[in-house]
Write a protein that binds this ligand. Sequence first.
Ligand SMILES: Nc1nc2c(c(=O)[nH]1)N[C@H]1C(S)=C(S)[C@@H](COP(=O)(O)OP(=O)(O)OC[C@H]3O[C@@H](n4cnc5c(=O)[nH]c(N)nc54)[C@H](O)[C@@H]3O)O[C@H]1N2
Ligand SMILES: Nc1nc2c(c(=O)[nH]1)N[C@H]1C(S)=C(S)[C@@H](COP(=O)(O)OP(=O)(O)OC[C@H]3O[C@@H](n4cnc5c(=O)[nH]c(N)nc54)[C@H](O)[C@@H]3O)O[C@H]1N2
Ligand code: SF4
Ligand SMILES: [Mo]
Length: 755
Amino acid sequence: MTPTPPSNTNAWKHTACILCSVNCGLQVKVDDGHLVKIKGDKDNPRSKGYTCEKQAGLDHYQNHDDRLDTPLRRREDGTFEAIDWDTAIHEVAAKLAAIRDTHGGEKIFYYGGGGQGNHLGGAYSGATRRALGMRYASNALAQEKTGEFWVERQMFGARPEPDFERAECSVFVGKNPWQSHGFERARVILRDISKDPKRSMIVLDPRRTETADLADVFLQVRPGTDAFVLAAMLALLVEGGHLDEAFLRANASDGETLFDVLENVPIADYCERAGVPEEQVRKAANLIGQSSSVSVLEDLGIEMAPHSTLNSYLQKLLFTLTGNFGTPGTMNLGTHLGQLIGSSKDNKRSPVGGHRIITGLIPCNAVAGEILTDHPDRFRAMIIESGNPVHSLADSPRMREALDALELVVVIDVAHTETTEYADYILPGASQFEKVEATFFGGGFPDNVFQLRQRLFEPREGTLVEPEIHSRLCRALGAYTDEDLAPLREAAAESREKFGMAFLQTLSTKPQLADIVPVVLYETLGKSLPEGMASAALLWGATQSLASTEADSIRRAGFEGEGPALGDALFDAIISRPEGVVITSDPFDITFDRIHTEDGKLELVIPELVQELADLIDEAPPSKNDAFPFILAAGERRTSTANTIFRDPSWRKKDKDGALRMSPADAARLGIDSGGRVRVTTKRGSVETLIEITDTLRDGHITMPNGLGLRYTDENGERRVHGAAPNELTSSEDRDWIAGTPWHKHVRAQVEAIA
Ligand SMILES: Nc1nc2c(c(=O)[nH]1)N[C@H]1C(S)=C(S)[C@@H](COP(=O)(O)OP(=O)(O)OC[C@H]3O[C@@H](n4cnc5c(=O)[nH]c(N)nc54)[C@H](O)[C@@H]3O)O[C@H]1N2
Ligand SMILES: Nc1nc2c(c(=O)[nH]1)N[C@H]1C(S)=C(S)[C@@H](COP(=O)(O)OP(=O)(O)OC[C@H]3O[C@@H](n4cnc5c(=O)[nH]c(N)nc54)[C@H](O)[C@@H]3O)O[C@H]1N2
Ligand code: SF4
Ligand SMILES: [Mo]
């Protein structure tokens, strides 16, 4: 690949921030390999110029000491040696093929596939995975969203999204959008809501967060007791006659077994168990019941805590039972270009532990257990791409042990990480500013925006873009030859129309190529696209498939044509408008057409969860635990955290080592001052950290940031770990019974002052 240098280094270029799922549009100026000026991009149709403060640090991602610039192979003594790409590709392909031939391709496990802003690599990896006969995968979503996906699949057959821009009442459950975002222009919208007397905000969180400070009703719930508050709120909606009976009759299935349980919820008792005043819960229920539109968003605060899947269900009942669906300001179903998540229809289970596989993902907390066993079906090898599981999954010591136990670990990353240390081969990817990239996280409703970022820099010497890595692996595995692709290359050089026809023709005569479609597109159509754009080829397939299912929505966004021509028009817009494109535009009531349950109705009853709801009544109150008296939320989002995307600690201007937050009363009892050091111990491990005393927390509740505890060279040239890594403290057995999602927000801990 011989990329052309950017023509005018002085011009503003369109790109996006890659630090959270929102991917705010940016304009940047680059110079000598650096991002030197960064500002919000007013031309981005979704973020409209908005950013938070974190984007200012992006050059710390692009340029730092631990970026990789050559393939590496582990030596016998554990050190790494540089090798060339041909050697790397051929050895990796040969070793993976040997494991497939001896044990079966399904013994090779795939982890990762993208972070917050890079989902193309994972999409291309599908080719390598199928070429090897791999079957099992996981990624970070299986330690946060899979419980929610499982509920959504049954209730809606799709994923409803909130509309906080228009909602009269906005509800945040275990979510702190002021810091973590999760929807576009979050701070502007939160401020607008709080200033408008006609609109309201409800926040459920044990910590008085920046978001909670703006709320009309802040329910400072005792950690891990959300199910009780949510059950009480639902019971109050029933009691207060707030259900939208007409809506439910028209659109929902029979909910009798659910209502039977809700009618028997002891409201006062449940509020007390959750540690929130009953009259505040009543106020919240009334706001939800009386508002003309309600939107709800959950996140890690309930997804990583006890009853997490149940909480996702109860949260969704808040808006469903009150008919807040399919109208402005409520919950709606949009379109998707490209698939981030698989289907969860079939009831597949993991090969060793029999854990439920949801949207194609094995629970993260089950991964080590599928390796550390002598079960014949255990995983033998792993491909890890754009993920740092040694750091981000529960129980880091056990993850390290698991990676050590594998016969082969191949890691594709841009940086040396806690995970690459356990690799047999490290394949260096070009950074997200050195290639075309995109996110497949949702792009909004009623207008859905897709942005294909174009590269700002040439790939660093020695690196390759992931689609090229997968293409070379597939070739080395014998999944295709140049001869197979010749007709497609010719057609691509002629016209898009010819290519479309040749593509269908080739797949019908050579069905084995259907397994590796992403790579076929990359090698053929991709090579006919403008310089450096080959990785966009996969999106041609995605636009064609969207055009076949959502033609009217695409036309409403201003595109013309029928069938493949409509898909082509959309594709051309995406590759030529790097600021982002509105790809579909919808009327709100289309939401009802997008319900994909078995009978087309909203499903009110999920039997396992109705039972769990009923059983809450017998749940013993949390016992006093003298050995571990604190509840630790291990992994809080702060202005100074960005998962492990930034490795260089100097990007953090504040809270450099990530303090443990604690209430004044707890600190006084332990005799600790702000800035003092403590040892935090759990049943699994122990770390040292600084203390920050804050009146935002309940007594007995402590929080530490996510993403810290990374090894990096300090000012004195020494390699050391900066801050504490949360997963040295977590255990993989503490997890939800349905989805296997971890209880990272609910870790029992002890804290001692260090002299
Ligand atoms: N600044 C920054 N933003 C980020 C990220 C980042 O690293 N840094 N990461 C991104 C990613 S990957 C994600 S998934 C999102 C996550 O975004 P959030 O889920 O909003 O982030 P957290 O701070 O982890 O947790 C949210 C809230 O849960 C609360 N909580 C803890 N225990 C409980 C409980 O028992 N019940 C309830 N109701 N709440 C509880 C915490 O006090 C916290 O305010 O953020 C994204 N945005
Ligand atoms: N205890 C605890 N643990 C948690 C959490 C918590 O709150 N508490 N939060 C969890 C959540 S919600 C998430 S999403 C995860 C996040 O954790 P991970 O899924 O591990 O993701 P990241 O830290 O975002 O970084 C992934 C890797 O991608 C690499 N990378 C960046 N750009 C590229 C690229 O272009 N190509 C390639 N190949 N690699 C690239 C980075 O160097 C990094 O190694 O952590 C989870 N872990
Ligand atoms: S971190 Fe998120 S909200 Fe902040 S600029 Fe980046 S994408 Fe936007
Ligand atoms: Mo996440």
